[in-house]
Design a protein around this ligand. Structure first.
Ligand code: GMT
Length: 376
């Protein structure tokens, strides 16, 4: 099949998932066309089946806001027609689903052909941004106009029906991880640099937005640090980072916390980690947690959104109410003091990640595409 993938090219989960999906489809011999405003961060391989089309947004002194959606729709039209695409798969509703709707209408008028559009909902496009009155009518319309809609968790599907008047079914296709990539042997030299005296290593990775509750991460770590020697790795960057660094200083744990910024080699960093903390206010799925589990890190997370669909309390990790720093700390301390339990849970986390392995999920997308594609 010839598949157009539209996504955000950044470190965010939706862009990562879309890129990994495109790479896997290319490995299955489909022709994949990425349409984005920048080379996606995880698009770091050469594959003859992968094409990258950059959306250029010309600036003009009249524009306070350059019309990205118009440029995106025009690029979609260009790629659909010149590369004879079979379908468009757009990730994150805003503005990708509405731009795809516009592109579809234009291609139909020009050629008479109706190009199928599949929209995958990822989270904040529904729960935060999409709900906003400013966007809601367009989001509802363009989701309903998609030929197929998928959501990355049951929770997100339920949230979508709660918040929008959707008249179609939504298929849940859980996110996936390439377990072989994340199941890596820890690099001893790296572990030594981070934890020279064999301290346990906790980790958090996100875009440091409010919804991630990064201050809870620091508070949990401070509680752990009172009980035992430990180190914390903070991966990623975003608006809450300065306040988080300050909190680490105020709580007197800054010497044991490393802010690593944005990182591409997550598998190497996760491989040396024991516990992954994800206390988010909301997480439609929690792809970062799944990647951690594939690397045998135990996830201590909130029970928000779809996190309970991947993390099983007391089995693969722990779940608490949002903001329950005391319970998260107690679970972390208990676990990190009990080597046997830690090893058992690391293995359970890994086994759970295998259920979401890329090999199990790609065929589900291929089956969905085949229902809409003229060429199978
Ligand atoms: O929250 C993020 O880190 C970014 C955001 C995005 O849209 O890129 O992530 C969302 O999509 C991911 C991939 O499907 C999910 O794993 C995240 O849980 C989801 N984030 C939220 O729901 C807050």
């Amino acid at each position: 099949m010839r598949i157009g993938i539209v996504c955000y090219p950044t470190f965010g989960g939706s862009g990562v998932l879309a890129t990994e999906l495109g790479k896997a489809l290319a490995d299955e011999n489909h022709q994949v066309h990425f349409i984005t405003y920048q080379q996606p961060v995880r698009l770091n391989v050469f594959n003859a089946n992968i094409f990258y089309h950059e959306v250029r947004v010309p600036t003009y002194p009249l524009f306070d806001y350059p019309p990205y959606e118009v440029a995106l729709a025009s690029t979609m039209v260009d790629v659909i027609m010149n590369y004879d695409l079979d379908l468009l798969h757009v990730h994150y509703a805003i503005p990708h689903a509405s731009a795809a709707y516009m592109a579809k209408q234009i291609v139909k008028q020009k050629t008479g052909r109706s190009v199928p559009v599949i929209t995958t909902l990822h989270g904040t496009d529904i729960t935060l941004v999409g709900k906003d009155k400013t966007y809601e009518p367009v989001v509802t319309f363009s989701i309903n106009e998609s030929d197929a809609i998928t959501a990355v968790s049951q929770n997100l599907k339920d949230e979508t029906f709660r918040s929008f008047a959707i008249r179609k079914d939504i298929q849940v296709i859980h996110n996936f991880v390439d377990v072989t990539r994340f199941n890596k042997k820890p690099i001893d030299a790296f572990r030594k640099v981070v934890a020279p005296n064999g301290e346990k290593i906790l980790i958090h990775a996100s875009n440091f937005r409010k919804v991630k509750r990064v201050d809870d991460v620091i508070r949990v770590f401070a509680a752990v640090r009172k009980e035992m020697p430990a180190k914390l790795l903070m991966v990623g960057d975003g608006p809450e980072r300065p306040a988080t660094e300050e909190l680490a200083r105020n709580l007197g744990v800054d010497e044991d916390v490393r802010f690593l910024g944005k990182q591409e080699q997550m598998e190497d960093i996760l491989a040396v980690s024991d516990v992954f903390l994800l206390p988010s206010e909301y997480e439609s799925f929690g792809l970062a947690a799944l990647e951690a589990m594939a690397a045998r890190a135990v996830v201590i997370s909130s029970n928000a959104g779809g996190l309970a669909e991947i993390n099983e309390h007391g089995e693969t990790g722990y779940l608490t109410e949002v903001g329950d720093v005391a319970s998260m700390s107690a679970f972390a301390i208990d676990l990190l003091k009990d080597e046997k339990k830690l090893e058992k849970m690391k293995e359970a986390a890994y086994q759970q990640a295998l259920r979401f392995d890329i090999k199990n999920i790609i065929p589900i997308y291929e089956k969905l595409y085949a229902q809409y594609c003229r060429r199978t």
